[in-house]
Design a protein around this ligand. Structure first.
Ligand code: THU
Length: 162
């Protein structure tokens, strides 16, 4: 039997089309890119998230001279979230980046890498709530996804260990 996986998402041409809360969160993600430590890639990633309780948490990528040691902004954020607000669901996470490399534009959304998708899926599972993702560069198009796990079909989770 043939099966199909698909999901809907929203697309906006500019931050001005977002509601106030989403626009504010995306602005914070854009701003926090300044705190990235990315001297090797010059690709500064910023993430900002809001919990159900209204608190916010942030993350930026943290690179290392031993390249694989570097950590993405999303997982830096999730580690802080888990430590600061144990088990509190995250309503929405905004992810932005500033590509400082020569000729590098920052006007198209990026989406989390595979390893981060796995971490995002676990956070949703653990807190039993979908996490919305707002994806955008420093300007231009914005994509909103209703649940992070939609980016990871057939994901491996704790259920599989039982
Ligand atoms: N990076 C993130 O922090 N998040 C993403 O979603 C994609 C990639 C980082 C990893 C590395 O420090 C730099 O961006 C270039 O890959």
């Amino acid at each position: 039997m043939k099966q199909k996986y698909s999901f809907g998402f929203e697309e906006f041409s500019d931050i001005a089309e977002l509601n106030m809360d989403d626009a504010a969160l995306l602005q914070e993600a854009r701003k926090i890119t300044q705190k990235a430590y990315a001297p090797y890639s010059n690709f500064l990633v910023g993430a900002a998230a809001i919990f159900n309780n209204g608190e916010k948490v942030f993350g930026t990528n943290q690179e290392n001279a031993s390249y694989p040691v570097g950590i993405c902004a999303e997982r830096v954020l999730l580690a802080s979230a888990s430590m600061l607000q144990t088990d509190e669901p995250i309503k929405t996470m905004a992810i932005s980046y500033n590509n400082l490399s020569r000729n590098g534009g920052s006007d198209r959304p990026i989406s989390p890498c595979g390893m981060c998708r796995q971490s995002l899926a676990e956070y949703e599972e653990r807190t039993k709530q979908p996490m919305r993702l707002i994806l955008s560069g420093m300007e231009g198009k914005v994509i909103i996804i209703q649940s992070a796990v939609q980016l990871l079909p057939f994901s491996f989770g704790s259920e599989n260990l039982k």
